[in-house]
Structure formats: C-alpha cells, structure tokens
Design a binder for this molecule. Structure first.
Ligand SMILES: [Zn+2]
Length: 382
C-alpha cells in the first residue's frame, strides 16, 4: 500500500509530532542554525522552547532521550521514476512512526543533493538527487542530522557538496563529516535533546581518496585514528554524549575489517557512547565495548537500487537516561526493493525473528548478547 505524499494529514501529523518531541534543537521547519567562527555548527534555542526552560531540564535527573539511526539513504538512481510518481515522502511512509519515537534522527546520506556541479566521471556509480525535494522530505520524515562522510558526497564535485550542505541546512538538517576543508569536515555538530548536549562526528574510510578533505580542500573527514581520538576528546569536553559515525568496511560482507574494530574501540576509549557504521549495505554485528555500543553496519535504508544482497536492515533506537546509553533496540526492516519498491517496511513474525537471529549470531562473534524481544533485537546496558 503506497501512501500519497500529499495525504492531507501528513503535515499536521508532522507538526504535532514536532511539537510533542521534547526540545529538539533543530525542528523540521526553517532552523535556527548558526555557524561559529571555528566552523562548528551550532544550534540556537529551539523555536518552541525558551532557552531557560531547556537549561532547567538539563538539571532534572533521569532526563531521557532517544536517537534513531539508520544506514545508507539515496533517493535517486533507479528509484527516480518511483519517487517522481509517488513523491519524496513515499519512502518513509511505513517507518515514520518509528523515527518519530526519537528526538534525534540520524542517517548516512549517500549522494549529493544538487542540480549542478560536475559529475565525477572516473567512478562507476555517481548519484545525484534534487535538493528541493529530498532535503525537505528527509526533514519531514524526522531526520535532523545526516552524515556526508561517504564515498558519494563529491560525485558532483565541491559544488555538489556545497549545494547538499546548503539544502540540508535550509531544511533544518545538520550535515556532518564533510565540508569546504578538513577543519569543517571534522567539526562536531552539537544538538540538544531534553537538555542533554549530544555531539556528532562523522568520518569516511572509503575510497576514492580524492574525496577526503585537506587543509584547504573540500571533502569528507578521513578517519585517521589520531583525528578520531582528538576530535572525540574535544567534543566530549563540550557535550554530554558523543556519537561517532564511520563509513567503512566491505560492501556486502558481514566480516569486519580489522581497522573497523580498532577505530571503533579508539572512539569509545576517547569517550564516545555510540559508534554508527555503514557502507557495506548489509547488516554487520553489534558490539558492546566498555561503556559504549558499536553498530558496525546499519545496512541500507531507503536506497535507490535493486540489490539482491541488501534485503534486510534495521532502525536502531538508542535510549539515553542520565546522559548514559541504557538501551539499544534494533527493529528489523525489509529493504529488498524488488518487494518494497524503495519503501523500507518494518518486519514482523518469522521474518523479523530471522533478522534478529542473524544479528544475534553476528554480535555473539563480538562477545555481545542481544535479546530477542518479540522480533526486536535488544541490548540493555546496566
Ligand atoms: Zn558507501
């Protein structure tokens, strides 16, 4: 069943949901984003909440908030005809209630939002999506932060990257992990949820090397271990919670590369609470490490290709209380586009159990026991 993107109640539901969400700094409407002199994205006070009230909440014990995180998003490619026909809200119709459970919604945006720029011809696949359609649709779906640190953000050159960042900011979404130089690409994004400051950092470990930013070169933040350690430590000094995103690993493989484990551990050793991985397009295992959690690969989310391997994925819901990660829930999704036609669909029954079982196996290899709670994989952190 396909939802018309212009269904009458959608805007109203979005508005109500936005008002109900306690204190998210960047709502889905035009944001109060500002730019510091150091290139960090900062948020102004949320539109509907005065700053003093927010400060008061910060002192309240048991302040709880949730982050929803998904993997690769690309609203173009072979999905273009469907998106033009059904609209750009269509991919999110089945998952929006899940995303709306979180104050912060993160994804990896794999491909520039631009009508211009020059195509990077040496690559096999180059992606591009219309900025005026995709950015607002992502915001309406609930996304307020996306990583651009991946192997497609410069498919249409520096201009394509600049257009992407501008379109996202206009829609109220923070871009992280790419910028007009290395400092901007490595700069943390700070967000507020129920008075808790959450910093996001994002890095790409994937070729082409030309996409990695330099001191005076636009591009993505490369995940040198020394960058990761320094950036996490610096972000932690200003934030209550630090989340690190990595674009890494091998496409279509559940086996981890050694550097994934090394970098994930380095991020958590430096103070990160969660590591969000993507790029393999399929799910990889979860690891509990010290006080943190590593999701090695979140798999595909709404992605414009027909793949026989990228068929199952999850929406991950990370619940924080008292500034500590307390629970991880992984809700299985069908992302096999031959079946769901670019509209990720939550799985139930035996199909959900199968995904949970697979995740349990992959995570056991990392010494981590996920529970199957009625078709959802759950990790409770004591
Ligand atoms: Zn990728």
């Amino acid at each position: 069943m396909r939802l018309s993107p212009h269904a009458g109640g959608l805007w109203i539901r979005t508005l109500i949901a936005a008002l109900c969400l306690a204190c998210v700094s960047c709502a889905t409407q035009a944001p109060g984003l500002t730019k510091s002199k150091t290139g960090e994205d900062l948020t102004t006070a949320p539109l509907s909440q005065p700053a003093p009230e927010d400060a008061e909440r910060a002192d309240k014990p048991h302040s709880e908030f949730r982050i929803a995180a998904v993997g690769d998003i690309m609203l173009g490619g072979t999905a273009a005809p469907e998106l033009q026909k059904y609209g750009y809200d269509y991919p999110f119709a089945q998952v929006q209630p899940l995303l709306k459970q979180a104050q912060i919604v993160f994804g990896n945006l794999e491909g520039p939002l631009t009508d211009g720029g020059a195509s990077e011809v040496s690559k096999q696949y180059v992606f591009r999506s219309p900025p005026d359609k995709v950015a607002p649709a992502l915001a309406r779906a609930g996304f307020n932060i996306v990583s651009l640190a991946n192997n497609h953000s410069l498919d249409y050159g520096p201009q394509g990257l600049a257009d992407t960042r501008a379109a996202l900011v206009t829609a109220g979404i923070h871009p992280v992990g790419a910028g007009s130089n290395e400092a901007e690409a490595r700069a943390p994004v700070y967000m507020k949820a129920n008075g808790v400051t959450v910093a996001f950092l994002a890095y790409s470990l994937v070729f082409p090397e030309e996409f990695w930013a330099g001191p005076e070169k636009p591009g993505t933040a490369f995940g040198h271990e020394r960058f990761v350690r320094a950036d996490v430590a610096a972000a932690q000094a200003k934030a209550d919670v630090v989340v690190v995103s990595f674009h890494w690993g091998q496409e279509g493989k559940t086996e981890l590369r050694d550097y994934q484990v090394q970098l994930a551990h380095a991020a958590i050793d430096a103070g990160a609470a969660a590591v969000l991985g993507h790029h393999p397009h399929i799910l990889q295992g979860v690891e509990r490490y010290r006080q943190g959690v590593i999701l090695y690969s979140l798999g595909n989310f709404a992605f414009g290709s027909y793949s026989n391997t990228a068929t199952r994925s999850v929406i991950s819901l990370l619940t924080f209380r008292d500034k500590q990660l307390r629970e991880l829930r992984l809700v299985p999704l069908n992302v096999k586009n031959a079946e769901v036609v670019f509209q990720p669909k939550p799985l139930v029954g035996p199909e959900a159990t199968e995904v949970v079982e697979r995740l349990r196996q992959l995570s056991q290899e990392r010494g981590t026991d996920l529970e199957d709670q009625e078709g959802t994989a759950v990790l409770v952190l004591k």
